[in-house]
Design a protein around this ligand. Structure first.
Ligand code: HEC
Length: 147
């Protein structure tokens, strides 16, 4: 009997650490995905400032990453991942989930519209900034400010 309880306790402890690990993995995965957004935004950002020559293929590749990320991101904020792994996601992600997900959907849709409308440097300059405005717009509400 005592032995049974002991085994059950060890099992329970093991399972809860497996659950904690899974949560941390999900948080790490979304942070990685976010780093991918920053990475994808780098070249177009430099082109916008005139620090890098305009490259349509690179801009299109970035927009594709944005659109794909927007589809994938909402699933990486499941209940139970509010804390851990140094997450900067604010509780509002979960308390205002519909709006959070709508922001991802709009960002993805904007990226797709831009994919179709950006065909040269002029259309890039006219349309790209509107897409990346969503980054700061969402962070403002849903991401803790880090120093
Ligand atoms: C709809 C909301 C939303 C949009 C849109 C969004 N982000 Fe984020 N971003 C977040 C949240 C929430 C976090 C915090 C994730 C965490 O720490 O768990 C985050 C974290 C990050 C991080 C930090 C990742 C790390 O190292 O932990 C970077 C960099 C980032 N975002 C870049 C971007 C860029 C660039 C864009 C636009 C191209 C963007 N994000 C668009 C919500 C968003």
């Amino acid at each position: 009997m005592i032995r049974g309880i002991f085994v059950a306790a060890v099992l329970a402890a093991g399972l809860s650490s497996v659950a904690a690990l899974a949560q941390n993995n999900t948080i790490a995965e979304r942070q990685q995905l976010m780093k991918g957004l920053a990475q994808a935004g780098r070249a177009p950002g430099a082109m916008m400032k005139g620090e890098q020559a305009f490259d349509l293929a690179a801009v299109q590749a970035s927009l594709k990453t944005f659109a794909e990320t927007a589809k994938k991101a909402p699933s990486l904020f499941p209940a139970g991942t509010e804390t851990g792994n140094d997450t900067a996601a604010l509780p509002k992600v979960w308390s205002d989930k519909a709006d959070f997900e709508a922001k991802w959907a709009k960002f993805g849709a904007d990226a797709e519209v831009a994919q179709a409308s950006i065909k040269d440097e002029a259309s890039f300059k006219a349309n790209f900034t509107g897409v990346v405005r969503a980054c700061g717009g969402c962070h403002e509400t849903y991401r803790a400010k880090k120093n």
